[in-house]
Design a protein around this ligand. Sequence first.
Ligand code: ATP
Length: 515
Amino acid sequence: MPDNLDLAERERMSFLLDFSQDIAAVRTKADLEAAISNALQRLLSTRLAMIRVIGDDGETLVPYLWDISLFSRVKGLFDQLTSRRTTVTDYFFAQVLASAEPIVFDIAEEERKGNSPEYILFFKQLGLKQVYASALRVGAENLGTMFFLSDYLDIALLKGLCAQISTAISNILANEKILAYKQLLEIENDQLKEQIRTIYNFSEIVGSGPEMQEVYHLMSLVADSSSTVLLLGETGTGKELIARAIHNTSPRRDRLMVKINCAALPANLIESELFGHEKGAFTGAVERRIGKFELAHKSTLFLDEIGEMPLEAQVKLLRVLQEKELERIGGKTTVKVDVRIIAATNRDLEEEVRAGRFRSDLYYRLNVFPITLPPLRDRRDDIVPLAHFFMNRYSKNSGRKVTGIAPEIIRELLAYSWPGNVRELEHLIERTVLLTRDHVIRQIHLPKERAAEKDSPALPSQTLSEMERAYIIDVLRQFEGKISGMDGAAEFLDIPATTLHSKIKKLKISKSDYY
Ligand SMILES: Nc1ncnc2c1ncn2[C@@H]1O[C@H](COP(=O)(O)OP(=O)(O)OP(=O)(O)O)[C@@H](O)[C@H]1O
């Protein structure tokens, strides 16, 4: 401390210096209360009366911290004043908030002016001649007000004291907000995880034919392990659905599966998205960013459209898969990661390797446990159950009561080649449910297929009896197994009940097919 300062100045500086040390350690409101009361003990006759902070509405001054022991004698009036709404425009508070400096209110003079008689009465009952007050302020922003009771208070000292309290309260408020957000995010996160778990589990996967049975079998073999899985199949065949189901039945299911779509990102961003970057690693890297790999630590990383990944990124991915550690772009240290990889592509990766667009070493790393999802046209038995599944889902979602699909529409669905696979069927049914005015879907707008496509070998993969079987099952499902009578399936099919019975027998349709 410089020698040429007078005694008062020295004392003031030493007081503020000590206070600033105490205040620097403050994390909570209780810490702040202790620091203030500690400091004020040195000022003998000075006590903190009340701190109020401006609420979320920007107007109300909410009591934040006060010394109840000061008001025991005037408790009735104190309770009355603190229980009613006080705003930034109320007389004493408006003066404090408008002033750059602390204010000393002379109670006798204020009484003469006739403003805010309840507060004047309150101050008088407390036996005060003066009240000291200052705005709680950070920069130019008002956060609230502070009132002190004192026989004498040095204004310069009060100013320093208030500046430090302001910073501490602003930090505490910001911390409380962050904590509240954190709790909110944690709750949301748990709810989302739960939602994803219930949406994407095996029971939401429709398809009971031999092709999907094989898929389920492979899934159950691999789910428990940390092995890399490669999902192959045309667009819309359900690769992401299967990836989520594998994750949700694996030991990693308590953490969220992290997804990255390798086709959706420009080549220069994909690395930073995957591995993260340090602040200033390249132009535009204004903040440090955690990559998806790190986010997926102890969880699963779903690399969608892996066939589209640029070659440079492939090299880096391979390194991480081999070493199980990564380096953020612009970083100097390595980060260990424990990530299970599920990759998916609709490309023929072997062909991509031959064409030099995909690294063979990466291909072998990924191709540990391949699962191929068959296109919908190769599992026509699943078309009708899927159509019903989506009909139920979207009629429930939209509050409509669409409960059936007319037989001629079933015929159209079975005859179509579904180049967009399950996704195309899902979107079509969603649209149709919204357009349907009836309880039964009687109209559908399938894209026109060119004659050549119609004749393509994909279409007639079902025999006539297979189609007949699927058709009868659907009708039985709609009539809840009722065969004869006025509202029975036979009547609807326009055949005698006995004929329907013999067809059911011949086509080996059992109750479990339509219930
Ligand atoms: N077997 C199924 N049962 C129920 N819904 C399914 C099934 N297969 C796919 N779906 C639904 O079809 C839609 C498309 O599936 P998904 O996104 O998993 O396909 P994808 O193969 O990953 O497609 P892309 O290759 O275009 O990314 C999703 O809404 C999914 O829930």
